[in-house]
Design a protein around this ligand. Structure first.
Ligand SMILES: [Ca+2]
Ligand SMILES: [Ca+2]
Length: 215
């Protein structure tokens, strides 16, 4: 039984190989159509320089002479280069873009397109401010927010601890600070982190200050 399966598989493989081989010989004798190959998709930050590798594109029996790249983005021109790679500045808008490559061979035959994705990451910082709290008057509350970004670096950490709309804390290092609340009330402490792209993100932490903690 096993032997029969082997025979069938080998026969099938031989048929496929024979077919492909036959096609290849026929194509190259009449000048085969080249094949466009983009090696991999890319992830980058807005405006970052990024290189696409199309050197793996082939033309059996001939040679690839031009690489035609298209970035599917409004206002992004097509680029034709005489070498297998393309270096461009990524668009500023965070989203996934389709990139297409068609290659031309020495007989001026054009391949079908191969595609890859250029994913431009969101540059907005990710922020965690900590839990809302209920405290007794006079309690010193610690603020230790976390902020990071995939693109660029955080250049300012700001706090408006009493919720009056004015950011009285500003540091380029971190957002770690504290405040003692003496007057009962509900305070919305607002945090803001800004990155080197000038994009900011914020978070709110509500502090309820009471004379007596609820039991
Ligand atoms: Ca060819
Ligand atoms: Ca304030």
């Amino acid at each position: 039984m096993l032997r029969i399966h082997h025979t069938i598989i080998i026969t099938l493989l031989f048929s496929v190989f024979h077919l492909e081989g036959g096609d290849t010989v026929q194509e190259s004798s009449s000048g085969g159509i080249p094949i466009a190959i983009i090696r991999m998709s890319k992830i980058c930050c807005p405006g970052e320089m990024v290189t696409f590798d199309g050197w793996a594109s082939i033309d059996i029996g001939g040679e690839v002479t031009a690489w035609h790249w298209t970035l599917d983005c409004s206002g992004c021109p097509d680029t034709v280069v005489d070498m297998g790679e393309l270096t461009i500045r990524a668009p500023l808008k965070s989203q996934s873009y389709l990139i297409l490559l068609q290659v031309t061979d020495n007989d001026n035959r054009v391949s079908v397109p191969d595609s890859a994705v250029l994913h431009v990451m969101e540059d907005r910082p990710k922020v965690t401010v900590g839990p809302d709290l209920t405290v007794q008057t006079g309690t010193r509350v610690l603020f230790e927010p976390e902020a990071f970004c995939h693109c660029g670096s955080i250049v300012s950490f700001e706090w408006d601890l009493d919720g009056d709309g004015i950011f009285e804390y500003d540091s380029p290092k971190n957002g770690n600070t504290s405040k003692a609340y003496f007057r009962p009330g509900k305070y919305r402490a607002r945090f803001r982190a800004k990155n080197s792209y000038g994009t900011d993100a914020g978070g709110l932490r509500t502090i309820v200050v009471t004379r007596e903690l609820p039991r």
